[in-house]
Design a protein around this ligand. Structure first.
Ligand code: ATP
Ligand code: MG
Length: 320
């Protein structure tokens, strides 16, 4: 097996007596998307900063390797392998998009010619060629974010850290950004992504970790995380009170809502379970007006893991 692109054991970081990261273990295989989720202040940006060498981990941390290099003993080698797009834009508004790119090329010691080539290619790829000669302060939020990522790619990094790349973007720009991220990964780049949008992690990430109270509260694929919490159910809605009553007595384990004539049964949403529910209704000659299946989504997982309270036993919708 090849070395993971990012591997951290017992990553710790405190500011004074405030512990922000309290022993975080992570392993991100090469060429995959890893998403770190967590509420405001959970320590996502801190994790990105430590892993990208912008701040040092506490000495009590275990071994941390990025791009095959030890973070503490070989920070320069780590820096050469990575690119970072911070939570807050690194774009200089006073100069043009193109000038921002050329500045990055200089920082990466590219020759003038190489710098111009890379800049032209990336501006084209991120649909910024037309705006290239305009001051970046005139760009929209989405354009600035694209320029930010284009600047990160100038050094052709194999590992990219994206701290909330789509916060504040409209749905179309967000989808464009997702497309960009997928293309990076199909080129073999490893992406470490933080996000507030569970849908985004669900959409993009191979693996997701939920950070809470300085520790990883849960880690896995979106499907694995959803299976961690209860909440899957089938809901049947009736308009005929008599049909509603017969269904309530024909079915097991139902929660009744007499006002809306709605029944709810716990279910994993499998074909077998659905069939057994429908068979029971059929054999009693009952027809529901509406049947919906609710499987827990990442929102349920997020609230269950970061709420500071026990995992709710009530499905989210029923609790409203
Ligand atoms: N330089 C610093 N000095 C002291 N405390 C800090 C410093 N930087 C961050 N913190 C604290 O560390 C905690 C984690 O902050 P961090 O920015 O990593 O959270 P985050 O998960 O990125 O949040 P957000 O979703 O709001 O971006 C917060 O309580 C923050 O106040
Ligand atoms: Mg942050």
């Amino acid at each position: 097996m090849t070395d993971p692109a990012i591997a951290a054991n017992g990553l710790r970081k405190s500011y004074g007596d405030k512990t922000v990261l309290d022993g975080v273990d992570l392993a991100v295989p090469e060429g995959t998307i890893f998403s770190l989720l967590g509420p405001n202040g959970a320590g996502k940006t801190t994790a990105v900063k430590v892993l990208s060498t912008l701040i040092s981990p506490d000495p009590a941390s275990g071994r941390i390797r990025v791009g095959g290099h030890d973070l503490t003993t070989a920070p320069q080698a780590v820096r050469a392998a990575i690119g970072v797009t911070g939570q807050f834009s690194a774009v200089d508004g006073l100069i043009t998009g193109e000038e921002n790119m050329l500045l990055m090329a200089d920082l990466h010691h590219l020759s003038r010619l190489e710098g111009r080539q890379v800049t032209a290619e990336l501006l084209e790829r991120f649909d910024l060629t037309e705006a290239a000669k305009k001051p970046a302060s005139t760009y929209s939020g989405g354009m600035k974010r694209r320029l930010d990522i284009a600047m990160t790619l100038v050094g052709n990094p194999r590992i990219i850290f994206l701290d909330e790349p789509t916060t504040g973007l409209d749905p179309r720009s967000r989808h464009t950004m997702w497309q960009i991220i997928r293309e990076l990964v199909s080129d073999g780049v490893t992406v470490f992504l933080t996000t507030q949008y569970l849908e985004e992690a669900d959409e993009l990430a191979d693996r997701i970790a939920v950070l809470n109270d300085g520790k990883i509260a849960a880690q896995g694929t979106a499907e694995e995380l959803k299976r961690l919490i209860p909440g899957g159910h089938v809901r049947l809605r009736f308009t005929d009170p008599a049909a509603y009553q017969s269904a309530a007595s024909a079915l097991r384990e139902v929660t009744c809502d007499d006002e809306s004539l709605t029944l709810q049964l716990p279910s994993d949403g499998s074909q077998r379970e659905l069939r057994s529910i429908l068979d029971r209704l059929d054999s009693n000659g009952i027809e529901a007006d509406e049947l919906t299946v609710h499987t827990p989504d990442l929102d349920d997982v997020f609230f269950a893991l970061t709420g500071g309270t026990a995992i709710p036993t009530q499905p989210k919708e029923a609790a409203r």
